[in-house]
Each structure stands twice: as structure tokens, then as C-alpha cells.
Design a protein around this ligand. Structure first.
Ligand code: MF3
Ligand code: CO
Ligand code: CO
Length: 288
């Protein structure tokens, strides 16, 4: 396996899949309220993907080597769950923060994105973690352009995050994506400038930092389902994810839709333009 570079047709396929993945998150937004179970969210998303969009939920039955087949159509990671939480029959409650991570397949192409959702009123600390994690993701995205190295991206995310007193999870990372769900390269959310793979036009990969309010250490969740990961110190954890394309001059975020939260004010305009990347209007209740 090696890095795949998308041609014009591949880029178009990735744009369609990316937008559809983001639209699943838009669709779910009004449902994420106290009392709903994560299984109900999974069912809503599954039906929307398969019956409305005509997409395939990439996670359903997904089985990387060494893992059990993933049983659901999305991941829901609540509070101190770091990632890969499997939906269940427990209801969300006021004050929870939940990451919903959706990957769709359309015409073979994968779109992978996640957002944080605030369930009712949440603590100021939880809100700040969600917001800083969103900004950390964008600190990485805004540096994407040909010639930059993956170590530069990881370094930007790590330094920003640690300055805020939070920590970056090391064991999970972003990834190349295309006709396969997880491709090379690995996209670490920490690192040293000038190291690792050089970005080239046509690459598509995710940036999806997992940020802990406490220490960076993680462990398997108590469910022992082979997937769920939690913070070792039980502190809150947040994550946001976009799929991006490296263009000739910079980047394009593929997983934007009308419900995407606004792009942070610190993100500069793309080279050669006066506008910031796909400046979509936010209509959703945003956790960012
Ligand atoms: N969507 C996750 C990612 O961002 C992967 C989930 S794999 C699953 O890479 F099997 F847990 F769903
Ligand atoms: Co991903
Ligand atoms: Co994902």
C-alpha cells in the first residue's frame, strides 16, 4: 500500500462523498438532545444514508486486521470516550459532549468527518475543550499545501493544543482516504517541523485530532468490545474531523456542508483569493 494521488475524476468523487458525509451530521443535529440513545442516532443515520442519500455506511462491518467487525453505521464517543465508541441503548443526558463520526461511501469514494455535539447546557470547561479542539483541527488544515510536510501539520496542532493546557492523543491519527477507508499516509497530530511525508497535489487525507482535557494517556473502555477507547485519567476528550484535498496552491476541505460550523477567524484566505475556504453559512447549533 502506498499514497494514492487523485486525478480530476477522483477529486470529484471525493468532493461528492465528503459533502454527503457532512450532510449526515447536519441531518443528525436537531436529534442530538437529552433522552435520545446513541443507538437511535445510529439508526437515524443509517436510514438517511441508505434510503435518502444512497450511500454506504463505511463503518458497518468494517474490520481492520486484529479487530472485530465494527457493528454500527457511525461512532459515538461520549465525554471521556476518546474515539470509536459503539452506539448503545444508553440515553444522552444534559451536560454530555458527544463526538459523532460518520464515513460514507459513494461510487466507491469515502468521505470521513466528525463533529462535537453539546447535549443541552454543558459546562464551560466542556465547551472550551470542544471549541479549542475545533480550532486545533483548523490549525492543522490551514497549513496544508504542496511542499509542507506532515510533521509541520502535527507540530502546529500540538503546539496550539498544549499552549491551551490540553493534551494530544498519540495512539490514533488521521489517514489517507480514497477508494479505501484508511490509506497511507498516517497523519499524526503531533510532531516536528520539516519531518515526514511531503504534501503533493491530489493527496486526500483526514485531520482528526483527539484532545484530552487532562493527560494524553488512553486505555480500552470498560465495554471490552475491542473498539471503545477512553482517557486513562477519566478527563473529557473531544475530536473533530475533516477530509481535505491538497490542491496546487493550498487545500480544499471536502467535508463541508450548510451545517458545518463557521471557519475560525484566524484561518487566512486561500492563496490567490480574497475569500476564506468555502465560507459556508452556519445554520446548525454549533459546538464550536
Ligand atoms: N471514522 C473513524 C476515522 O476517522 C474510523 C472508525 S472505524 C470504526 O478514521 F470501525 F470504528 F468505525
Ligand atoms: Co478518519
Ligand atoms: Co472518522
Amino acid at each position: 500500500m502506498s499514497i494514492t494521488y487523485k486525478d480530476a475524476q477522483g477529486m470529484e468523487g471525493m468532493r461528492v462523498a465528503g459533502r454527503l458525509a457532512s450532510e449526515v451530521l447536519d441531518y443528525l443535529t436537531p436529534f442530538v438532545k437529552p433522552g435520545i440513545t446513541t443507538n437511535e442516532i445510529d439508526r437515524l443515520a443509517h436510514d438517511y444514508m441508505t434510503q435518502v442519500q444512497g450511500t454506504i455506511p463505511a463503518t458497518l462491518g468494517y474490520q481492520p486486521s486484529g479487530y472485530a467487525a465494527y457493528p454500527k453505521s457511525l461512532c459515538t464517543s461520549v465525554n471521556h470516550q476518546v474515539c470509536h465508541g459503539i452506539p448503545n441503548d444508553k440515553a444522552l443526558k444534559k451536560g454530555d459532549i458527544v463526538n459523532i463520526d460518520v464515513t460514507v461511501i459513494k461510487d466507491g469514494w469515502h468521505g470521513d468527518t466528525s463533529r462535537m455535539y453539546l447535549v443541552g447546557d454543558v459546562s464551560i470547561a466542556a465547551k472550551r475543550l470542544c471549541s479549542i479542539t475545533y480550532d486545533a483541527m483548523w490549525q492543522g488544515i490551514m497549513r496544508v499545501k504542496p511542499g509542507v510536510r506532515l510533521g509541520d501539520i502535527g507540530f502546529a496542532i500540538q503546539t496550539f493544543t498544549e499552549k491551551q493546557g490540553f493534551s494530544v492523543v498519540r495512539e490514533f491519527c488521521g489517514h489517507g482516504i480514497g477508494l479505501k477507508f484508511h490509506e497511507e499516509p498516517q497523519v499524526l497530530h503531533y510532531g516536528r517541523p520539516g519531518t515526514l511525508e511531503e504534501l503533493k497535489p491530489g493527496m486526500t487525507f483526514t485531520i482528526e485530532p483527539m484532545i484530552n482535557a487532562g493527560k494524553r494517556d488512553i486505555k480500552d473502555g470498560p465495554e471490552k468490545d475491542g473498539w471503545s477507547i477512553v482517557t486513562r485519567d477519566h478527563s473529557l476528550s473531544a475530536q473533530w474531523e475533516h477530509t481535505v484535498l491538497v490542491t496546487e496552491t493550498g487545500y480544499e476541505v471536502l467535508t463541508l456542508s450548510s451545517g458545518s460550523p463557521p471557519i475560525p477567524a484566524f484561518v487566512p484566505a486561500l492563496p490567490g483569493t480574497s475569500v476564506r475556504p468555502a465560507a459556508v453559512q452556519s445554520t446548525a447549533d454549533s459546538a464550536a
